[in-house]
Design a protein. Structure first.
Length: 148
């Protein structure tokens, strides 16, 4: 596991993250760079700031999307059990109930308001990362599936 990714026992992962505001925007470029490097090193699809020890509402996704202060505005469809892994719980897979479709609002790395409609794997990924921002891990809400 990466030296920078916090594991399941770290208290930062159990604490709801704070909104990015004021002077915290100045530290965003360095934080995003650190998060992106950790995600790539671990071959993850996404990473939330608490996973690198920073209790701020920031998510970086595999396609280089940076979500600041994200919020799911709408859930659609019927929840489905989906297998998930987590960089903070290496080697374990859990089955987690997720909505197949969401609408999410956030600010980009420059503070501009954004809106995305996500389905399938992208919807699952964003729900997973936003759970991190609330201090929730997949081991809290899912069932163990199998070891990788």
């Amino acid at each position: 596991m990466s030296q920078i990714i916090k594991d399941v026992n770290d208290l930062v992962l159990r604490t709801p993250a704070s909104r990015v505001s004021g002077g915290e925007w100045e530290r965003l470029p360095k934080l995003v760079k650190e998060m992106t490097a950790a995600m790539k090193e671990e071959k993850g699809l996404g990473v939330a700031a608490p996973q690198v020890g920073v209790s701020l509402r920031v998510v970086v996704l595999y396609d280089k999307t940076v979500m600041v202060n994200p919020r799911i505005e709408e859930y659609k469809g019927h929840k489905k059990l989906m297998p998930e892994g987590c960089l903070s719980i290496p080697g374990k897979t859990f089955l987690v109930n997720r909505y197949p479709e969401i609408k999410v609002t956030y600010q980009d790395r420059h503070g501009k308001a954004q809106f995305d409609h996500c389905v399938g794997t992208d919807a699952q990924l964003i729900q997973h990362e936003l759970d991190h921002l609330e201090g929730t891990l997949i081991c809290d809400i899912g069932e163990p599936a199998y070891n990788r």
